[in-house]
Structures are given as C-alpha cells and as structure tokens.
Design a protein. Sequence first.
Length: 430
Amino acid sequence: MKSPVLCSTQPSPSKKPSQSTSPSLSPTQSPPIPPYELAYFCEKAEQDRHYHKKGTEIYTALEGKFIIEMNGIDFELSAGDTLLVNPLTVHLVKPLDGVKFLAQVLTVNCGGVSDKFKVGPSVVAVGMAALDITGQASSLLPGTSNVGKVRLEPGGVARNTAECLHRLGVSTRLVTVVGNDQFARIITGEMKEIGMDISGVIISDAHPTSVYHATLRGDGELVSAVADMQGCEQTHMREYVKRLAPFLKKAGYAFVDCNLGVDAMVGVCKACASEGVQVWIDPVSVTKSYRLVIATKAGATPTVVSPNIDEARAMVTMFSGGVRGTSVSVESRDRVATEVDTLTADELAQRLLQYYPNVIITSGAEDIVVATRSQLVHVPIPPLPAGEVVSVTGAGDSFNAGALASLCLGSDVFKAVQRGVKAAAASLRT
C-alpha cells in the first residue's frame, strides 16, 4: 500500500471554498478563475473507475479512511490526508470493508459529466519487451553504408501494446523478461517515466534484453529486420505465471504475443481461464504463428486471435496438416499448402472459427475481416493522404491497444476493431 502524496495546499474541511472569497480582478489584470466544484461523499457513494481529460482533483479524507486507486496502485488515505489526481490519471475510490468515511473532492477546471470517462477492466500484456533500433534512409544501396536517421527506443509487441493501452487510460500491467543490462534499464526507465508499473518485469541473468533491428525505406515501409529474442522465448512458463497471477484478480483481458514459448503460452492461457480472464493472442509472424496452433492443440483457449493474412494461411495450413506432439509435420503442410493459398480472408476466417470464437484478419490496407461464429464483417481502412505516413512500425500494436480499450468499455468485437483502426491511423502519422 502506498502512502498518500500530500498536496502543497489543502482545502479546509470546515469551510467550503467560495468564489466570493477571491479578490475581484478585471480581465486585464488576471485570467479568469478556472471553473471548480467542491463535493462531499462517503462510503455509500457509487464509485467507478474513470479519468478526466481536463479536470484536476484534490481528494481530502475528513473522517475515517479509504483507498484511492491511481493507475492501478492503491493509496490509503486517513483523516487529514490529501491526494492529488492529475488529468488522464485513471482512478477509483475504494471503501475499506466495514469502515465508514467522509471525504471531499475539489475539482479544478471542472467539466462536469462531459469530462468523466469511464474505464473498464484492466489488461495484462504478456510477451516481448525489446529495444528497437530503427534505421531509415530515403535511398538504400546494398553492400555499403547509407545516409539516414537511426532511432533507439523501447519496443516489443506486448510492451508497445501495454504502453498504448496505458496512454489510452486503461489500467495495464506488463509481464515480460529483460536482461540484467543497460538495454533493460532504458526500457524500464521509459516505463517509469510515463507512470507504468514495472512489477511484472522479470530480470534475467541468463539472457540479454531482446533487441529488434529494423531498416526502413524513406516512405516508412520495412525493408528487413533482425530479431534477437531468446530471453522471452526461453523463460520457463512458471516464471510468467508467477508474475501474472497477482494481476489477474482485476483483469478482464490478457494480451499475449507469440514471442512466448509454447509451454509458456499454454500456462498463461490456463492461468487466465482459471480467473475468468479473456485472452487475445497476436501471432506476431508467420514463423511464430505455428506456436499458436501447437499451443491450441495443447489446451490454450484464446477468445480472440488476430493474424494477418499470411499468418492466417500458415495457421490454417498447420491445422489442416496436423501436429505431431510439439513439432510441425512439414510433409503435411506441403500437401495442403496449394489449397490454402487459394483461400480468401473470409474463408480463412471461417476455417479458424473452428478453433477460436473471434477471428480478426488484417491484410495491409485492405478491409479487416472480423468474424464470430454468428457474423462476419468487413471493416474498411480509410486511406491516408499521400505524405502523411511517417512509419508503419507500431501501427499493429496501436490497433491492438485501441481495440482492447474498446472491449474494456464493453464494446463488441466489431466496434472494437473500428476503434483499433482509428488508433492505428494515428500511429502511422507519428
């Protein structure tokens, strides 16, 4: 339990602030006083997890004690304690069992109900955190160095998705593995800087932090990439489940990427199922999509899978050719590959619905196919004007986060994908 953070000023509990007590100033002397509201509440008040885009709130405990959860961290307030809640901070007042309290909240820049945005269940992201090294040049000549720009920043499918969810106001935890090295300190340092919790990060002395090196053309399209991700893939399932378990009590969804090993993926899915947490799995790549098929055969039961069309073909091929233990039957895949190559995205989705209740298939700039066992819908991707695309890197992660945030608010999978499309479009411009 965290101690409350004291504000520099604390409204007096014995006297309600009033605009009449403020000095009278003309517009030429000072800007107008921002709108504010003072409210009182007790343990019987109805509470929900929410945030404000403009309003800043100052909570003061007058009698008794209670808890305020801020971005997933609990702060206990007793009589006389004051806590500042800044804009975009997801928070929830939580009474203690059998404990009465009286509190006041002063809201500065108050926007009323129009500035209150409810947040649904939290999300746990499980998978890759890496350091992304990205080189981009307007023209690329093989066999020599090219003039361009190089960026160094935290990445990884699960980490990127977790950050996007956090920035969207969704309470999010990241369970991942990093090495005991400088790259890891860059990743965790960036997370702490934006207020993300790092208690789910496993520090490994056995493997270095994962690194993803990408080369982009001037228009942002990927030319080639090299990934060194052995730490995430080789960490034992028990380590993931141990870090994951405390977060599942408050989670509604888990996002898992296929950088995990098969055993870890199965263990994570079973741990989530035991707590009623729904699982979304991103295959990540054609090669790693086979892990999802093997994990499914071994008992993993994701609610949502989101392959691109190449990954979907690989998965359908794998399911059609069969799995022997944890190894791929290459001969069987080759036998059905020609048939699968002729299937449309709609047909691929129908095949995958035999194994998963919700299937989302992306195909670059073409419509996204969203399928459940009762409905199949095409969600269009609005074209961006020429010159607005800065980089395609991270667009898929933003799509995942936007859709998951919508699911947390109670949307169905079709509306969730529409929100994901908007989030991806915003990412392409940055």
